[in-house]
Design a protein around this ligand. Structure first.
Ligand code: COA
Length: 267
């Protein structure tokens, strides 16, 4: 991915040697809140991942500092926004979320601080979530006179079930990392000084697998909640068949029989 050419103002992208890219939301003074520029940057960044998936094998999304992953929309920028500007701004976020939902490469949310409103929605739009123990979550939109608008009403029930999602969205109440873990929203809660190492270890593990197979598996999994079982299985087989013709499929079976680790090339 050629993020350098995108001139991202609110995101830092660190390309690691093994194809892992760490995307850091970088507005710590505003607790990484999403302003219009960030919505554009997120859209551009995710569109780039879609255009050129071969350059990354796994993405990690995190926030700068230890106070917030992302505090949702920038409520200072939104102060006094009229209806039309608000709607146009939200359209930027909608584009970013659509682009994010089409990123073909796995993306892990490394939630190192508060994930509120749109911040929680960003984490939920990742494939899975690791969080630090001190993190506070909330889907707080109804306390501000709006509702989640970054796929929260769709992704939260898929993560925690409809009844828990209704409780969290209709109250807007904060909840802890341990509660998030118990409800299945978060995969692991990891001490803050260990979080980056643990997430990078998981990302490295994914990056060491056959990239085409990983992307096809993600695609099939993403359809599991939306299709009935027969249609989902048909989709899985389409995805499976894409892997049969790959060099990596030969490499996997050869490496097993030669008792060595496979070296996958994404071909
Ligand atoms: N938009 C704009 N600025 C924000 C912000 C947001 N969503 N969240 C925090 N900030 C700003 C604060 O206004 C403050 O700025 P100031 O120093 O100029 O007053 C600065 O970031 C630090 O915030 P503070 O609340 O002191 O930090 P904290 O570490 O104690 O708490 C949060 C962090 C995220 C838990 C808390 O700021 C918060 O709840 N923010 C609101 C989140 C929210 O309701 N989002 C709604 C999305 S729909």
């Amino acid at each position: 991915m050629t993020f350098e050419t995108l001139n991202l103002e609110t995101l830092d992208v660190e390309a690691r040697a093994n194809g892992v890219q760490v995307i850091t939301i970088n507005r710590p003074a505003r607790r990484n809140a999403m302003n219009s520029q960030m919505m554009c940057d997120l859209g551009a960044c995710f569109a780039e991942c879609y255009k050129d998936p071969d350059n990354a094998r796994c993405l990690v999304l995190t926030g700068a500092g230890d106070k917030a992953f992302c505090a949702g929309a920038d409520l200072k920028e939104r102060h006094d926004m009229d209806e039309q500007v608000w709607g146009r701004q939200h359209a930027l976020l909608e584009q970013a979320m659509r682009a994010m939902s089409q990123v073909p490469v796995p993306m892990i949310a490394m939630v190192n601080g508060a994930a509120i409103g749109g911040g929680l929605e960003l984490a939920l739009a990742c494939d899975f979530i690791y969080a630090a123990p001190h993190v506070r979550f909330a889907m707080s939109e109804v306390t501000l006179g709006i509702i989640p608008g970054a796929m929260g009403t769709q992704n939260l029930p898929r993560a925690v079930g409809l009844r828990r999602a209704k409780q969290l969205i209709l109250t807007g109440a904060p909840f802890t990392a341990d509660e998030a873990l118990r409800w299945g929203l978060v995969n692991e809660v990891v001490p803050v000084d260990q979080l980056r190492d643990d997430v990078l270890r998981v990302a490295d593990h994914i990056a060491s697998n056959a990239p085409i197979a990983v992307r096809q598996a993600k695609k099939a999994l993403d359809h599991s909640a939306d299709l009935d079982r027969a249609a989902g299985y048909a989709f899985e087989l389409e995805a499976y068949n894409r892997t049969i013709a790959t060099e990596d499929r030969h490499e996997g079976i050869n490496a097993f029989n030669e008792k060595r680790r496979p070296v996958f090339k994404g071909r």
